[in-house]
Design a protein around this ligand. Structure first.
Ligand SMILES: Cc1cc2nc3c(=O)[nH]c(=O)nc-3n(C[C@H](O)[C@H](O)[C@H](O)COP(=O)(O)OP(=O)(O)OC[C@H]3O[C@@H](n4cnc5c(N)ncnc54)[C@H](O)[C@@H]3O)c2cc1C
Length: 244
């Protein structure tokens, strides 16, 4: 679900493009977050101006017939080098984490995009973000675009405190890390944190995490009067290649 209530502006439409890219860099950010940089020609065409925009990344693994494609946030874009950064959460059992762990400089891939990220109408006088590790790149990108002219809170749930990232937070931004313990339902601590918040009618709320918790979150805020509400399941427990 992606609802903007109030005087929503029409997002600029850009066609979905596909670009051949190669791996140009790798950086282990935290225990289970790996940053991979991709270079190509005219990558501006696959990067949307909205914070936390995302691409469909397609890779091939040795021995597989076709490509594997999954959604990933454009964490950074360098127009001078024509490079984008993608942060992979290295969960166990994923196709993309396995590819990312093994990829080498020069390895080919393909990106399709752009897809817009945080569809802000600009009318929310405060913003609250909720996300798990897969949403951390989007949360960081959205926070980086704030100008300190409204209160912003972010809640990020991780399964390992070593996956907390140091971030330069703009003025007015408050970041809270939530620890997911073994046996917890993914996203449950985000839903619980949101249940304790009071959102006014001029508030903007953004949520991205496991699809079951996204559904709970959606139900919880269903009747609430908000300026902006954006809720998305980024993955679903037990389902490969999940699409919300
Ligand atoms: C708009 C958007 C932006 C996204 N941005 C990012 C991003 O920047 N970085 C990022 O890492 N992910 C991001 N994701 C989430 C990512 O697309 C999914 O996690 C996807 O499933 C990854 O593919 P996979 O090959 O790892 O797992 P799949 O092959 O899709 O799934 C295999 C198994 O892994 C499980 N699984 C998938 N994700 C997780 C998880 N996080 N924890 C535990 N188990 C999991 C599935 O339930 C399934 O059982 C984004 C998703 C969306 C929709």
């Amino acid at each position: 679900m992606n609802v903007i209530r109030g005087t929503a502006q029409r997002a600029a439409h850009r066609p979905t493009l596909s670009r051949e890219v190669v791996v140009t860099g790798r950086e282990q950010l935290t225990e289970r977050m790996l940053r991979v940089t991709f270079g190509g020609d005219d990558l501006a065409a696959v990067v949307h101006g909205s914070a936390g925009s995302w691409v469909k990344l397609f890779v091939r693994r040795p021995g597989d017939d076709g490509e594997h494609g999954r959604a990933f946030t454009v964490r950074g874009y360098d127009p001078l080098r024509d490079e984008i950064e993608v942060d992979f959460f290295l969960h166990d059992g994923g196709t993309m984490p396995r590819w990312a762990r093994g990829c080498r400089i020069g390895e080919p891939a393909r990106v399709g995009g752009p897809r817009r990220g945080h569809p802000s109408s600009g009318i929310a006088t405060s913003l609250t973000l909720f996300g798990d590790e897969t949403a951390l790149p989007a949360v960081a990108a959205i926070l980086a675009r704030e100008h300190g002219d409204r209160p912003v809170r972010a809640f990020v749930e991780t399964g390992d405190p070593r996956d907390r990232q140091d971030m330069d937070l703009p003025r007015g931004v408050q970041l809270t890390w939530l620890d997911r313990r073994a046996g917890d339902t993914p996203g449950a601590r985000l839903v619980s944190a949101a249940s304790r918040e009071r959102f006014g009618a001029a508030a903007g709320v953004w949520f991205a995490a496991e699809a079951g918790s996204a559904a709970l979150f959606r139900r919880m805020l269903h009747d609430q009067d908000l300026a902006e509400l954006h809720v998305k399941g980024y993955w679903r427990r037990g389902v490969g290649d999940y699409r919300d």
